[in-house]
Design a binder for this molecule. Structure first.
Ligand code: GDP
Ligand code: CA
Length: 325
């Protein structure tokens, strides 16, 4: 069986640990299509936070307490940059992490696409799944916020998220470059060959939406033969971790399992979903045209997460819904 997973960073990485366990037990293959909307250039280095969260987590190199970055990290370069008052001071890069960004940036400057760079980095980390960026093109999530003088301005998602904790009067998210972006090498092929596509319980607004904003990725999912099953990142009206509630509020979408399902939409009505997996506490969730099932959705450990993946794959076995008209 071939499983494609759409993934953001930390939540997606946790889910992929369960997907890898499921694959090892059943002989399945997993390909992750990972968000690049969070990517940013800092100090001349290309940072890919979600790709790195997935790579470090699956490769056993992530810091389990912090949830992002490298275990055993040190911060000498950060301190030295601060001594120069080098901006931005609100984004900390660890010494070990910087080596990844140096290798990535050097390869990108030499002309390799991000997908090839990711593959090269994975030779070290051996994540046990195939990792693909959603696109090799530039795609950045920007956030339109109110200016103190009454106007509007767009800031990079990282500045909104890390520096301001999403706590600014916010109007909308813009996926700069998405409309012109094409899927990374291997993405359309992986989706076309998939038996099932899972949407990880990642942030729907700033992790999954930028993947779907690449027209060729969305088309591959809509036209492909595989059923699409989403896993809710919201349990009992609250994001389990992170600030998905702030992002959903900007869209005016309720922070509920049903609200997120509505964002993705039913395949029958031009959306993506054939199935939607919610937590047991949200078992009364309904979306017309979508098969909804409930299971425990806390990714507390690998065993619990593997069971979530198994439930999602089982839901996919219910098959694809008919497209109306
Ligand atoms: P990021 O890119 O690092 O922000 O990570 P993702 O977008 O991949 O995932 C973040 C989302 O994961 C959060 O907004 C939570 O809603 C969700 N999440 C985190 N832990 C859990 C969990 O145990 N269960 C479920 N269902 N969702 C979770
Ligand atoms: Ca992210």
């Amino acid at each position: 069986m071939r499983i494609v997973v759409l993934s953001g960073g930390i939540g997606g990485a946790k889910f992929l640990v369960g997907a890898r366990a499921y694959a090892r037990r059943t002989g399945a293959e997993v390909t992750a299509v990972v968000n690049v909307g969070d990517d940013v250039m800092l100090h001349g280095l290309r940072i890919s936070p979600d790709l790195d969260s997935v790579m470090y987590t699956l490769g056993g190199g992530a810091d389990p307490e912090r949830g992002w970055g490298r275990v055993g990290e040190t911060w000498t370069v950060k301190e030295e940059l601060a001594a120069y008052q080098a901006e931005p001071t609100w984004f900390g890069l660890g010494d070990r992490d910087i080596a990844t960004h140096l290798v990535r940036t050097t390869m990108l400057n030499a002309g390799y696409p991000l997908s090839a760079v990711t593959e090269a980095l994975c030779v070290r980390w051996q994540p046990g799944i195939r990792m693909l960026p959603a696109t090799d093109d530039r795609l950045e999530t920007h956030v339109v916020v109110s200016d103190p003088d009454g106007g509007e301005r767009a800031i990079h998602f990282q500045e909104w998220w890390v520096r301001h904790r999403g706590a600014l009067p916010t109007h909308r998210f813009v996926f700069v470059g998405a409309a012109e972006a094409t899927p990374a090498a291997g993405v359309p092929e992986a989706v076309a060959a998939a038996d099932v596509v899972l949407i990880a319980p990642s942030n729907p607004v700033v992790s999954i939406a930028p993947i779907l904003a690449v027209p060729g990725v969305r088309a591959a999912l809509v036209d492909g033969p595989a059923p699409v099953v989403g896993v809710s990142p919201i349990i009992g009206d609250a994001p389990v971790r992170g600030m998905a509630d702030r992002c959903l509020a900007v869209l005016g979408t309720p922070c509920t399992a049903g609200g997120v399902a509505g964002l993705y939409g039913a395949r029958r009505d031009g959306g993506l979903l054939d199935g939607w997996l919610v937590d047991d506490v949200d078992a009364d969730t309904r979306l017309d045209g979508v098969e909804v099932r409930a299971a425990p959705l806390w990714m507390s450990d690998e065993v619990a997460t593997e069971a979530m993946v198994a439930a999602a794959v089982e839901l996919a076995a219910a098959g694809r819904t008919e497209v109306a008209g």
